[in-house]
Design a protein around this ligand. Sequence first.
Ligand code: SF4
Length: 225
Amino acid sequence: MTDQTPRPDFPIDAVLGSVRAAVKPFPPAVMFELADRGFSSLFHQLIACIVSVRTREEETLPICLRLFGTAPDAATLAALAESEIDRLIRPSTFHEQKAGRIREIARIAMTGYGDGMPCDRNVVMALPGVGPKCANLALGIACGLPLIGVDIHVHRIVNRWGYVRASTPERTLEALGEVLPERYRVEINRLLVPFGKQVCTGARPWCSRCPVRAECWRVGVTEAR
Ligand code: SF4
């Protein structure tokens, strides 16, 4: 099997059904949780994704709630001093750099689009600090576009399953684009982030209590619990 060659006949419907049931008790991935709490616009989702970069989910949620509590829309956020945005998001990794980017996105949203960002991947990808993961996640959650958000959990798990074989998250995104049914393209991130934190962990996954063990090839797993 070569890079990006999918595993034939992988039972994705059954596997995602089992994962869906398994993650019910766990908190959802942070961008989905923010959407559930009313911050579902493309603007809020993009800002949240920037805050989340290299920052733990447990820290990202309160940071975003504090930021949106102070500045609930692009106009208010753009009017804040960069130093104030920096103070509000300070526990986030690279907060100084992110503060400038967040303020610039707010300014672009307000002046270019009257506070409503268009559901256009080219526009979103041109914003400062927005890469493919944030663009896809935000456009998927906010706009319902069938785009896949591949973070480190999604990349690790679908490769362990043998569903795809890809050496980087970028290649996993390409490979999933070939095989993942459209109906799961947004949901897969919602499911696999909590699954990756609670069951299929980076080190020593909990294979003994995993509901999809029978279907999983456990590619690259050398030590498990
Ligand atoms: S069997 Fe192990 S490696 Fe496979 S999905 Fe479950 S926890 Fe992850």
